[in-house]
Design a protein around this ligand. Structure first.
Ligand SMILES: Cc1cc2nc3c(=O)[nH]c(=O)nc-3n(C[C@H](O)[C@H](O)[C@H](O)COP(=O)(O)OP(=O)(O)OC[C@H]3O[C@@H](n4cnc5c(N)ncnc54)[C@H](O)[C@@H]3O)c2cc1C
Ligand code: SF4
Length: 514
């Protein structure tokens, strides 16, 4: 057995990139190692669909590697030899096979990056880390780009990415003559409009489901393991991508911010899990979207395409760059010193507020909510109510199928909770019932009245919105993007302001009952 393998290569659960150069030629002296371990299942309460999706996609990946002539060992959760941590399992195999070299791909999570660096530093054999060959940018690239510049504006980074990678460029100018078409992308779903149904793939994850439940891992949400619809390999990810470019991209931008009680993904791509697990490469996604537009310029207007590409080469790469620039401080930031506990109904959806009931309910049902539901419903409420960002992170990191810390914490603590004090956004994303009504039909059947601010049945968002801005006046009133908000607030009669703050105070003291 000894010396059968010379090199041990560790593959993490979110490193399922079959196109990686590691796999382009086979080497009998290399042992690939993949594992399901408690250290990864237990650090947060994962949605059961997320846990099953990762395990099933990992298993598929190891089978694909073996089918291509590689040697891959896949340690299941219930394998008696599984020591339940990366380090302990690697130690066992290094000893067992007399391994001479340990190799891994750079993790995208700070926690794992530190752990693996520490692990390698105490090994008596040599070790090497490789790039994951997935992102457009290197870890430090955003920091280098902004070095010496004022601020970290996403828009500047995005334009640089477009130029550098020649995405949708006509020489030095953006195709369509504009960098940003956001103003055309804010429509509500008209009553008569029915979006294409989301593509639901056919998978069975019963084996993974039973392993997880038998091990009594604490999970959240619901699942039908015999009809599992998320992509679990590259082929299925491409199927979802093709469906998106054909049926969703033509209206992606227009209804990007729309929400509706009967629809859970509208025209969104639902590609985040496939990309974050690296089954699907962002370059493949960008290439497919541009190819679809080139073939069908009449059917796909430029604002739809630009709106989508901005998410991939803009926001996604930007958030990753911010993560590596600002961690580990980022995960503890709490600019407003918010300390309130997350209401229990975030875990059940049992609230009378229809927008939250619906957004949380669909998150528990599908392990998915689209960006505006995450930002302007669940995130907005947590921010206005002054919830501790640690609680907010814990919820977002568990509930979504695509949640991995590099992209979760930057969106949650940064963009959504402004706990970073304005690193990722130039102002907090807040809105009252006006905004929610403008973008959705949630208010139509709500227990609360969206037009009221102070009465017993007044929408809680309305008073909490003003209370938040009043409470944080010192930090926010000098922000020129908020000058209008403070002007409106100051113009109100003192008695009106008092009544609003009274109602907000009631809501804050009775959060669990709202
Ligand atoms: C509070 C909060 C938490 C979030 N947590 C996560 C998370 O854990 N994981 C995650 O992948 N995204 C997260 N996002 C970003 C975004 O909401 C999701 O990427 C998106 O909803 C995934 O659905 P989709 O694939 O249908 O996206 P689409 O709307 O179809 O967008 C296409 C792709 O663009 C990328 N993208 C879009 N917006 C962002 C963004 N703000 N940051 C980074 N990438 C983006 C994603 O890869 C997405 O798949 C979060 C946003 C908020 C406001
Ligand atoms: S009235 Fe208020 S709580 Fe109800 S759905 Fe509208 S915004 Fe949400």
């Amino acid at each position: 057995m000894k010396n059968k393998y010379k090199t041990l290569r560790l593959i993490l659960g979110d490193q399922l990139n079959l196109q990686h150069s590691w796999y382009q030629h086979q080497d009998a002296s290399v042992l690939y190692l993949m594992m399901e371990v408690r250290s990864e299942t237990d650090y947060v309460w994962h949605h059961i669909q997320k846990a099953c999706a990762f395990f099933a996609a990992m298993e598929n990946f190891s089978e694909a590697l073996n089918a291509n002539g590689n040697n891959t060992l896949y340690l299941k959760l219930d394998d008696p030899s599984n020591k339940q941590s990366f380090e302990a399992n690697c130690d066992t195999l290094i000893k067992k096979y007399g391994i001479e070299k340990f190799e891994y791909q750079l993790p995208d999570e700070y926690r794992l990056d530190e752990n693996l660096k520490a692990y390698c530093s105490q090994l008596s054999i040599s070790s090497q880390a490789y790039d994951t060959e997935h992102f457009y940018t290197e870890r430090e690239e955003l920091g280098t780009f902004f070095s010496g510049k004022k601020g970290l504006l996403m828009e500047n980074f995005y334009r640089e990415m477009r130029k550098k990678h020649q995405v949708l460029m006509a020489g030095k100018e953006p195709v369509g003559g504009k960098w940003n078409f956001d103003e055309e992308n804010r429509s509500k779903l008209p009553k008569s409009h029915k979006p294409h149904a989301p593509l639901l793939l056919h998978n069975n994850v019963r084996a993974q489901y039973e392993r997880i439940t038998k091990a009594e891992i604490k999970t959240i949400g619901t699942i039908n393991p015999d009809h599992f619809y998320w992509p679990l390999n590259h082929k299925q990810a491409v199927e979802l991508l093709n469906y998106f470019t054909e049926y969703c991209l033509p209206l992606f931008g227009t209804f990007q911010d729309a929400m509706h009680t009967d629809e859970w993904s509208i025209y969104h791509s639902r590609l985040s899990f496939a990309m974050n697990s690296k089954m699907l490469c962002p370059k493949e996604v960008v290439g497919a979207a541009i190819a679809a537009w080139e073939q069908n310029k009449k059917g796909i207007a430029i604002n739809q395409l630009e709106g989508f590409l901005r998410q991939i080469i803009g926001w996604r790469e930007y958030m990753r760059g911010i993560y590596w620039l600002k961690m580990p401080e980022f995960e503890t930031m709490n600019c407003f010193d918010h300390q309130r506990k997350l209401p229990d109904w975030y875990w059940t959806g049992k609230t009378k507020m229809n927008c939250l009931k619906h957004s949380i309910g669909q998150s528990l049902e599908h392990a998915y909510a689209h960006h505006i539901q995450r930002l302007m419903i669940t995130g907005n409420f947590a921010l206005l109510a002054g919830i501790n960002p640690d609680d907010v992170d814990f919820w977002y990191l568990g509930i979504y199928i695509d949640a991995i810390q590099w992209v979760e914490v930057t969106n949650t603590r940064g963009m959504s909770q402004y706990a970073d004090g304005g690193i990722t956004g130039s102002k907090p994303y807040t809105g009252s019932a006006n905004y929610i009504h403008k973008q959705s039909n949630y208010c139509e059947n709500c227990h609360y009245d969206r037009t009221k601010k102070t009465e017993d049945n007044a929408c809680p968002f309305n008073s909490l919105y003003w209370d938040f801005h009043d409470r944080h006046r010192e930090k926010l009133s000098l922000n020129f993007r908020l000058s209008m908000v403070y002007r409106l607030w100051d113009k109100m009669a003192a008695s009106d302001r008092e009544a609003i703050l009274l109602r907000a105070n009631y809501c804050l003291e009775h959060l669990e009952e709202l």
